[in-house]
Design a protein around this ligand. Structure first.
Ligand SMILES: O=C[C@H](O)COP(=O)(O)O
Length: 262
């Protein structure tokens, strides 16, 4: 089964709603200006909550071929949870995706696999696609235990999901030591863990789900290194941080198919 490549730009805590409109507008023009049809690639931006309504208005108004999503979601449906944002609120804003379990939330907010599982379930039940983040810290990589560590996160974060549900969601492998460091994983490193994630799905949920689930790589992806990573069989796209804040760079990543996989 051919999986549609997915390039998602996680803006993290950057850009006001005014700056967000400018970036999405420039991204749309940049993607289209060479008349290169990027229909074959799903392009998603993941802005801060405060920017979502403005991005929705622009995307809907100009009928842009750009989807958008949120960087987190509450584990609750509604009520006395100060500062949180519910899945229903995000769905109402037209979010197609929700990033769950990003390593920065696991680290700074103590998010466990169980909490990531609950949040991913809330997103799915509200009709949005979770992008479930997993990945090992440097000390685990140095010990050569990245596969077992990451698969443990996958098992905990996807607990209770049916084969059909997993087939429709996204898992993002983001080695923590590659995030924001400029030290991108080698395509072989990415392939090793992304194929192990697909193998786990096959073993636990069947071949159909394994063939359908999209597995992304994230961690210092740039236009210069995207094609080599995307050339790997089990990498279906990228979750991009810093480079997604620059329209030309992120557009270059989305157009990876036109770049040499050196
Ligand atoms: O969500 C994105 C990842 O954390 C990667 O961020 P980065 O591209 O800035 O390394």
């Amino acid at each position: 089964m051919a999986r549609t490549p997915l390039m998602a730009g996680n803006w993290k805590m950057n850009l006001t709603h005014v700056e967000a409109v400018a970036l999405v507008q420039k991204l749309a023009w940049t993607l289209d200006d060479k008349k290169h049809d990027y229909a074959g690639v799903e392009v998603v931006v993941v802005p801060p909550f405060t920017d979502l309504r403005s991005v929705q208005t622009l995307v809907d108004g100009d009928k842009l071929k750009i989807a958008y999503g949120a960087q987190d979601v509450s584990a609750h449906d509604a009520g006395a949870y100060t500062g949180e944002v519910s899945a229903a609120m995000l769905a109402k804003l037209g979010c197609g995706y929700v990033v769950t379990g990003h390593s920065e939330r696991r680290e700074y907010h103590g998010e466990s696999d169980a909490l990531v599982n609950t949040k991913s379930r809330k997103a799915l039940d509200a009709g949005m696609t979770p992008i479930v983040c997993v990945g090992e810290p440097l000390e685990v990589r140095k010990a050569g235990e990245q596969v077992s560590y990451t698969l443990e996160q996958v098992a905990g974060s996807l607990a209770g999901f049916t084969a059909e549900e997993v087939a429709g969601l996204v898992v993002a492998y983001e080695p923590v030591w590659a995030i924001g460091t400029g030290e991108v994983a080698t395509p072989e490193d990415a392939q090793e863990v992304c194929s192990a994630i697909r193998g786990w799905v096959a073993e636990n949920l069947g071949a159909e789900a394994a063939d359908a689930v999209r597995v992304l790589y994230g961690g210092s992806v740039k236009a210069a290194n995207a094609a080599a990573i995307m050339a790997k069989d089990d990498v279906d796209g990228c979750l991009v941080g810093g480079a997604s804040l620059v329209a030309d760079e992120f557009a270059g990543i989305c157009r990876f198919a036109e770049l040499p996989a050196v």
